[in-house]
Design a protein around this ligand. Structure first.
Ligand SMILES: [Zn+2]
Length: 322
């Protein structure tokens, strides 16, 4: 097992080298989308805190220079989206893992930004069904934009495409037990979702198959679902959230995966690369320890996310989409 740690263009890498471009806002611009056929760009690598200069959770997936998929849109995501040079017109899906503010709070910003673009086609938005204190995705969107009593009723065009807005098209995913659900299939891209355990919060992970690559976005979860690790099997890249340290206790332990659980799961799932994100003060305070715990269990390549970083995803074994 390799034990080296290197800082490459702002990302800490353990093990061998990922293809990573620099992450400075001023220099990245739209270059990220040009840096490979399939490129993951981190828009927000943090959690709900105001710490570390990180926006809350958000990721952009580029394919052949177009930003096709946005996963999560926590506060700050739209600012970062603008910094990347991505076009809202190119987005084919917004996939929301769950309805905590740090994953979903920038939806009204996206809607308002849309008014100032040429986009006229509806934008599919996927997210979980209702549970516990949380409404389902459709009710959540309607609660913001419906013309009668929505919080942002002045943007009611977000529901029907009127008033210079494009419409949001909710795809509410209520997973069938431990079975995955196909969310969208479009032009060589397939996205499936599966439920993941995040306390009492309905939460999803997404598996994206695109151009012979597989990328899994684990979202917030405690890592205890065997079905999730099967869902992640052989992924070229797994985005895992390192939101807690190993010795975390209390409710946070039911919400988030410890470093050892991330490392064990990624190893068992045989994923190629691991991107650790959703960093918080409590996980960064003992970052070296947490990274080494993951690294002891997972022998693949590990990178630590920071906002606007780009990772070109190469296929481990080119083949046809299933
Ligand atoms: Zn979160």
């Amino acid at each position: 097992m390799k034990t080296t740690m290197a800082l490459v263009n702002g990302l800490i890498l353990l093990g061998a080298t990922l293809i990573v471009l620099d992450a400075d806002a001023a220099s990245v611009g739209s270059q990220c989308g040009q840096s490979g056929e399939v490129v993951l760009q981190v828009l927000g690598s943090g959690g709900p805190e105001l710490a570390g200069g990180r926006a809350s959770s958000s990721y952009l997936l580029w394919h052949k220079g177009k930003a096709r998929l946005l996963v999560d849109l926590g506060p700050g995501a739209m600012l970062r989206f603008g910094e990347t040079g991505a076009r809202l017109d190119d987005l084919e899906l917004v996939a929301i893992s769950h309805l905590h503010v740090d994953h979903a709070g920038d939806l009204p910003a996206l809607v308002k930004v849309g008014y100032f673009t040429d986009r006229a086609t509806a934008l599919p938005v996927a997210g979980p069904g209702a549970g516990g204190m949380f409404p389902g995705l459709t009710e959540w969107i309607n609660g913001q934009f419906r013309s009668t009593a929505g919080s942002y009723r002045y943007l009611a065009g977000a529901l029907d495409g009127s008033g210079g807005q494009f419409a949001l098209r909710p795809i509410e995913v209520t997973p069938d037990g431990e079975q995955a659900t196909t969310v969208l299939k479009t032009q060589g891209m397939r996205i499936d979702a599966i439920a993941v355990p995040h306390g009492a919060v309905p939460a999803l992970a997404y598996r994206v198959q695109i151009d012979h690559r597989v990328i899994v976005f684990g979202g917030d979860q405690n890592g205890s679902s065997a079905a999730f690790w099967s869902f992640s099997r052989d992924a070229d890249l797994l985005v895992a959230h390192l939101a807690v340290p190993e010795d975390v206790g209390g409710p946070a332990r039911t919400l988030h995966a410890t470093p050892s659980r991330i490392g064990d799961g990624a190893s068992q799932a045989n994923v190629g690369h691991l991107l650790l994100s959703h960093l918080m003060t409590r996980s960064e305070a003992t970052l070296d320890d947490n990274l080494s715990i993951v690294h002891k269990r997972f022998d693949g390549e590990i990178a630590l996310a920071r906002d606007l970083a780009c990772i070109a995803v190469e296929p481990a074994a080119p083949g046809e989409l299933p």
